[in-house]
Each structure stands twice: as C-alpha cells, then as structure tokens.
Design a binder for this molecule. Structure first.
Ligand code: NAP
Length: 270
C-alpha cells in the first residue's frame, strides 16, 4: 500500500475548475495548508468552505489572481511571503487552449496562453523552488499535455506551450534533484473539464477534442494517477492506459511519419 503523502503547504493553480479543483480535493487530506489560486474568487471561496468543513484542522487560503498579469503574480508571491506560506508542493495546473487556425487567432488569446501556460508556470517555479530547497525540499507537479509530444495544426500554440512545459520540467527535474525537490509532469489526454469550452472560439465551434473516445478518462482518475506518480518520484505521468500507449507509440515514430499523420488529420474547417 502506498504511504500517504503529507505536505505542510500545497499550492494549486487553476483550482477553480477541472483538474485543479480535483487536485485540491484529493490533496485536502494530505496537507496542513492548501493554497488555491485562480481568477474566479467566488469558486475558490466555495471550495475553501467545503474543504475546511470536510477536513478537520485543514487551513485553506484562496488567492484571486490573473496569472497572465505580471502585477497579479507579484502580488500573489508577496502575499505568500507576508502570510508565511512557503509551499513544499507546487501544482502548476492553470492553463488554457485556443482551437483554430493560427493566422485567424485573436492575439490577446495567444498572449494569454503564453503568459499562463509558460510564463506564470516558469515564474512560480523560479520564485518557489529556491525557498522549497532551503526548507529541505518538496515537489513540483507541472501539468503539461499529451499535446506537448506532438505539433498539432489548429492547436499550434497550445501544443507548443505544452512542449515547453515538458522540456522545462525534464531539465528542472535534473537541476533540482540536489535540492531534494522532485519534479513530475502530468501529460493528460482528453478529460471532460471546462478546457474544451474555453478553447472553443465561438459557441458551436469545434474545440479540437474528440466528442467521445476511448482516450477519455475522468478527472478523478487522472489526478489520482498524477499524485501517485509524484509520490513515486516519477518524471512523467500519462494518465489512463490508452493515453500512455499513445505516448509510447508517438515516441517511437520518426518525425516524418508524425508530420504525415498531422498533415492528414481532419482540420477545423473540414
Ligand atoms: N481537459 C483536458 O482535456 C486537458 C488535456 C491535457 C492537458 N490539460 C491541462 O490541464 C490543465 C487544467 O485544465 P482543465 O482541463 O482543468 O481546464 P479548466 O477546467 O478550464 O481549468 C483551467 C483552470 O485554469 C485557470 N486559469 C485559466 N486562465 C487563468 C488565468 N489567466 N489566471 C489564473 N488562472 C487561470 C482557470 O481558473 P479561472 O478561469 O477561474 O481563472 C481554471 O481553474 C491545463 O494546464 C490544461 O492545459 C487539460
């Protein structure tokens, strides 16, 4: 049986919905203090109430922050310091996609994706890892995607942001080993959350996700597998057997074949 992980202070970004909310629920019994971050404060406060009622002695702090805005990131980090909150677990989960052709995309959406998926994740690692190391170590769980393993037309920027997260996490894992910090990345396939609605450019438009597919797993399973992988010190977690199998096959394919598959994949307009 796996030993229960106990964190003093766990921080989850994107805790207002989907995988982040699920991380918060599953970590509630495994930490003393839980820090929830997202823009939708009312959702964070409702989750805070629920988790504190469920877990005796659990302290939950909710921070409303737009991670695409630098001043919000700075305020968040200052508030953590002021309140003496030093995470020994950082779950960098907040993220968004935008499905459609690159040339017709709205720049503000592309910029937001770059800011949240890449910049905020990197900045939080940069600010938190040194303190985590000084305090004896901990864990960082970065949420990437199976999309990070392949270039995806109509999801070009999203897939590229996740390729960044995967590459960054692998390198950081090696760098931080000496500081007793484990870095694990989670690479999910499709999971039913609000991700698909956010990625859709207009109501009724496609969101790039399969409607029904054997690749889907539920968020409870995905998060439970990711926490378990982190607990075992694994580098990557591809939750669900079909997604894991797809990652293995993709890893074996020559780039020329991947290009061919991606070039013949149904496009947004088809
Ligand atoms: N669902 C999938 O199929 C799937 C597959 C592979 C990878 N992923 C990855 O999983 C992670 C979680 O996504 P999800 O599926 O749970 O989607 P979701 O339900 O849309 O949740 C996204 C979370 O990110 C937060 N967020 C987005 N923009 C933000 C901003 N500017 N500032 C602060 N927080 C922000 C949202 O909170 P607010 O809107 O309240 O700010 C929300 O809590 C993402 O990194 C996504 O790329 C998802």
């Amino acid at each position: 049986m796996e030993s229960q992980l106990i964190y003093q202070t766990a921080m989850v970004t994107g805790a207002s919905s989907g995988l982040g909310e699920e991380f918060a629920r599953q970590l509630g019994s495994r930490c003393g203090t839980l820090i929830l971050v997202a823009r939708r404060e009312e959702r964070l406060l409702a989750l805070r109430e629920e988790l504190m009622a469920e877990h005796d002695g659990l302290r939950v702090e909710a921070f409303a922050a737009d991670l695409s805005i630098d001043s919000d990131l700075v305020s968040l980090l200052t508030a953590l310091r002021t309140k003496g909150l030093f995470p020994d677990l950082l779950v960098n989960n907040a993220g968004l996609g935008d499905y459609g052709e690159f040339t017709s995309s709205d720049w503000s959406r592309i910029d937001q994706m770059l800011q949240v998926n890449i910049r905020a994740l990197t900045k939080l690692c940069h600010a938190i890892a040194p303190v985590m190391g000084e305090l004896g170590g901990g864990s960082i769980l970065n949420v990437s995607s199976l999309a990070g393993d392949i270039p995806i037309p109509d999801f070009a920027v999203y897939a590229a942001t996740k390729a960044y997260v995967s590459s960054f996490s692998e390198a950081l894992r090696i760098e931080l080993r000496a500081a007793n910090i484990n870095v694990t990345m989670m690479c999910p396939g499709p999971i039913k959350t609000e991700f698909g609605d956010v990625a859709r450019r207009e109501p009724g438009a496609s969101n790039g996700l399969p409607k029904e597919s054997f690749f889907y797993i539920d968020k409870h399973q995905a998060v439970s597998e990711a926490i378990s992988a982190m607990q075992r010190g694994k580098a990557r977690c591809y939750p669900g057997l079909p997604v894991y199998a797809a990652s293995v096959v993709l890893g074996l394919l020559p780039l020329a074949i991947v290009r061919l598959i991606m070039a013949t994949r149904p496009r947004q307009k088809d």
